[in-house]
Design a protein around this ligand. Structure first.
Ligand code: GAP
Length: 443
C-alpha cells in the first residue's frame, strides 16, 4: 500500500510545516495548525493566487468579508435547506460514515447486508439521514433561536451580498470579478487524508459577474485559466491533473454546470478546485430574502439585469497538499528526501552557511544574509556538518544552499548548491540575487 501520505505527515511535523491541532491534548480531529514553514508556503501560494487574480486582471478586485453573517444569508443561499451529507451510524461500534461512500445510489442499498468497515458487523446501520454541514453558534450573551448564527461554509456568499457596493465603489463594468481568501468551516462527517478534508479550512474564491448569455464563454475561459495556474505558476506535474465534469446527480443546488480540477493524490484522483456556473441563482435568492434590488445597470445599453456568476473555488489547504504531494521525492541514490518545490513558493529561498564557525566566515555570511533578506526569505545555519545542513534544507524544499568559505573572504565568491541536482557552482556574491530571482520567475 502507498504510504506516501504517512511519510508526508511525518515530514511536515519534523520540518515544521503542519502539526495536528491541540497536539498536547492528543489532537483535535480534522483541524491542523501550520508551523513556520507551513505558513510561509501557505502565504506564498495564496499571494500567488491573489496576484494572479487581482493584479493580472484589471477587472478583478479583492474583498475581505466577515466569517459571521446575517443568518438569512444561509437561508437564501440554500445552505440551511440543502447543504447536507447523508449520514449512517453503526449501532454496534458507533462509527459514522457518509452513506454515499458505500454507493452513489445509497437510498436503494439493502443496508442490512452492508458490513461496517470498522467492526465488521452486519445489519448494524441506521437508515441514511441528512446531516447539515454548517457549524451553528450563538451571537451575544443570550442563547436562543433568535441569536443563532453560522460559521460560513463558503466565502462566496460574502461576495454576493457585497457585490453592488463593490461595483459602485470601484465603478466596475461587467464583466468583472471579486476575489476573496478566507476561512470556511464544514462539520464534515468523515475527515481524512491529512489536510485534504478538514472541518476548518481556507478557500480562495473568485466570483465573475457576466451578462447572461456570455456565461458559457466565461466558464470556458476560466476553466482553462485555472488549469494553467497549477502547471505554470505552481509547477505541478501536468499528467497528474485532469478535469472532471459533474454529472446531473453531482451538481450542487446552485450550479448549472460544474468542473472539478482533480489531482492524482497517493489516495486517488480527488478535487482541488471547482469552476462553477452558478447562473443568477444566488442573486435571485438574495433579492427574494432581503427584499433589495440587486440588478446591475448597464449604462452603455441602458438596461438592467441580474448578472450570471462564474465561480472559481479553490481550497488553499488542498492546493498546499497538492504542492506537497507533487514535490515529495525520495532520492534513493543519495539517501535523502527532497521537496522539489518551485522556488516561487518555497518557504525559504536559500540557506546561508559559513563552512566553519571561525576565521571571520560567520561575519561574512551575515553580510550576505543582510544583503538578501529584504528581497527573500533566507535563513542562516551554522549547526552541524555542511552535508547535514544541506539535507535538512532539502526536506524543507529550500532551492539554494550558499556556502561561505575561506576563499569568500579573499575574492567575494561563494559556492551555490542547487537542491535537486546537488550541483555546485562558484559564483560572485553580487550575482546571488539574480540567480534566486531568475529561478523564482522561471515557468
Ligand atoms: N463556493 C463553492 C464551493 O464552496 P465546494 O466544491 O464545496 O464549492 C470548493 O468547495 C473547494 O473548497 C474544494 O474544491 C476544496 O478545494 C475546498 N474544500 C471544500 N471542502 C473542504 C474541506 N472540508 N476541507 C478542505 N478543503 C475543502
Amino acid at each position: 500500500m502507498d504510504n506516501t501520505v504517512e511519510k508526508l505527515v511525518s515530514l511536515c511535523k519534523r520540518r515544521g510545516f503542519i502539526f495536528q491541532s491541540s497536539d498536547i491534548y492528543g489532537g483535535f480531529s480534522a483541524v491542523y495548525d501550520y508551523g513556520p514553514l507551513g505558513i510561509e508556503l501557505k502565504n506564498n501560494i495564496s499571494q500567488l493566487w491573489w496576484k494572479e487574480m487581482t493584479q493580472h486582471n484589471e477587472n478583478i478586485v479583492g474583498l475581505d468579508s466577515g466569517i459571521l453573517m446575517h443568518p438569512k444569508v444561509w437561508e437564501a443561499s440554500g445552505h440551511i435547506g440543502a447543504f447536507n451529507d447523508p449520514l449512517v451510524d453503526c449501532k454496534q461500534c458507533k462509527s459514522r460514515y457518509r452513506a454515499d461512500e458505500f454507493s452513489d445510489d445509497f437510498n436503494s442499498l439493502d443496508w442490512s447486508k452492508i458490513q461496517c468497515p470498522n467492526c465488521g458487523s452486519k445489519d448494524c446501520f441506521t437508515e441514511p439521514r441528512q446531516f447539515n454541514l454548517m457549524f451553528k453558534t450563538n451571537v451575544g450573551p443570550v442563547e436562543d433561536s433568535g441569536t443563532e448564527a453560522y460559521l460560513r461554509p463558503e466565502t462566496a456568499q460574502g461576495i454576493y451580498v457585497n457585490y453592488l457596493l463593490v461595483q459602485g465603489a470601484m465603478r466596475l463594468k461587467i464583466p468583472f470579478g471579486i476575489a476573496q481568501v478566507g476561512k470556511a468551516f464544514r462539520n464534515e462527517i468523515v475527515a481524512r487524508n491529512f489536510i485534504f478534508r478538514t472541518r476548518e479550512f481556507e478557500q480562495m474564491e473568485m466570483q465573475y459577474f457576466v451578462k447572461p448569455g456570455t456565461d458559457d464563454d466565461a466558464m470556458h475561459e476560466w476553466k482553462e485559466s485555472r488549469f494553467q495556474f497549477y502547471t505554470h505558476h505552481l509547477g505541478i506535474t501536468k499528467t497528474k491533473l485532469r478535469f472532471h465534469q459533474h454529472g446531473a446527480n453531482e451538481l450542487a443546488h446552485y450550479a448549472k454546470e460544474a468542473w472539478d480540477i482533480e489531482y492524482e493524490f497517493p489516495f486517488g484522483w480527488s478535487e482541488i478546485e471547482g469552476v462553477h456556473n452558478r447562473t443568477d441563482y444566488d442573486l435571485v435568492r438574495h433579492e427574494e430574502f432581503s427584499g433589495k434590488k440587486l440588478s446591475y445597470f448597464d449604462q452603455l445599453n441602458n438596461e438592467r439585469f441580474l448578472p450570471y456568476i462564474v465561480e472559481t473555488s479553490a481550497g488553499l489547504n488542498r492546493m498546499l497538499l497538492t504542492v506537497l504531494a507533487d514535490s515529495y521525492w525520495e532520492d534513493e541514490e543519495n539517501n535523502r528526501i527532497v521537496m522539489k518545490l518551485h522556488p516561487r513558493i518555497a518557504p525559504i529561498k536559500a540557506v546561508i552557511c559559513p563552512l566553519v564557525k571561525k576565521d571571520g566566515l560567520p561575519d561574512k555570511a551575515r553580510t550576505i544574509m543582510d544583503m538578501l533578506k529584504n528581497d527573500f526569505k533566507i535563513i542562516y545555519d551554522q549547526q552541524g556538518s555542511i552535508g547535514k545542513r544541506y539535507y535538512r534544507q532539502d526536506e524543507a524544499g529550500t532551492p539554494f544552499g550558499i556556502t561561505v568559505d575561506h576563499q569568500s573572504i579573499e575574492d567575494d565568491t561563494v559556492t551555490i548548491r542547487y537542491r535537486d541536482s546537488q550541483k555546485q557552482d562558484r559564483c560572485s556574491i553580487d550575482k546571488i540575487k539574480d540567480i534566486i530571482s531568475d529561478s523564482i520567475n522561471k515557468i
